[in-house]
Design a protein around this ligand. Sequence first.
Ligand code: TRP
Length: 328
Amino acid sequence: MSKDIVLSGMQSSGKLHLGNLIGALSNWVKLQDKYDCYYFIADWHSLTTGYSDTSFIKESTKDLLVNFLAAGLDPDKCTIFIQSRIIEHAELHLLLSMITPLGWLERVPTYKEKQDELKDKDLNTYGFLGYPLLQTADIIIYRAKYVPVGIDQVPHLEISREIARRFNFLYKEIFPEPEALLTEFPKVVGIDGRKMSKSYDNAIYLSDDPKTVEHKIRTMVTDPARVKKTDPGNPELSPVYQLHKIFSSKEEQEEVAEGCRTARIGCIDCKKILIKNVVKVMEPIWARRNELLNNPELLYSVVEKGNTRARKTANETMVLVREAMGLF
Ligand code: TRP
């Protein structure tokens, strides 16, 4: 029996950090054993908001690709590719644009939200309005059943389902309605205690070297009430402890929590344990990153193989689509 198809993508708009690793990539790695997985870098999507300065795209695409592999995506188990190299996505996007009512796109909550959030950018463009439509093409061109994404992407999945339904109704049942695969994962805080994000400048990147990681953790904010080492603290108010909950063993978590409450250990001791454990997770990733960065040939052969495989599936779907829509 053929396996269900899973698809997900990441926009190439910055370097990958620990939040992306814990929140998405680790889950992708698990899914590759159970499903027929397609994972890609959405470089066209990064143009929707970043079109005026595109100098970041190539570097970011490469960083994502290296990290996909370094984190454990196996090109023999899943299909890893780059969106802009599969031009069939653009063809399907165009064809879907013919049947998508403008109101559906205007009503997607992220449309207004992002315009408000990124006030310095002119997002009054056709491409930006079409963001969820391009995302729909990305998904349904592989006839994917599940899309592992964060909760913020649920409205996008909703419109993808509506568009798939509309196509199936107007022409022919070709597309399954894709479902979000929401996974519970702990919120990863950044070094300032807010959500880890490249826009807050508080992230630990997979490309950071050991010294940088150590420095970032050492300078993390802790419970503000603990001014001196002898002041007892509340671990729940410390972002360092939030990270211990993800990276440290149960025993270590208890030890640092108790040590903090009773002022038995200082913040530096607590951070040292965290540094050790974060480094333990990152070490194998760093090792594989170095191998890959020293071997660009390997990197290119992996994407070429993935692109070829993705293109084949996308093409099979497009043959059906062109026929269903009555094109010559
Ligand atoms: N919008 C997604 C994000 O910003 C990236 C993306 C593009 C995507 N196309 C997709 C995710 C298709 C899942 C499926 O993270």
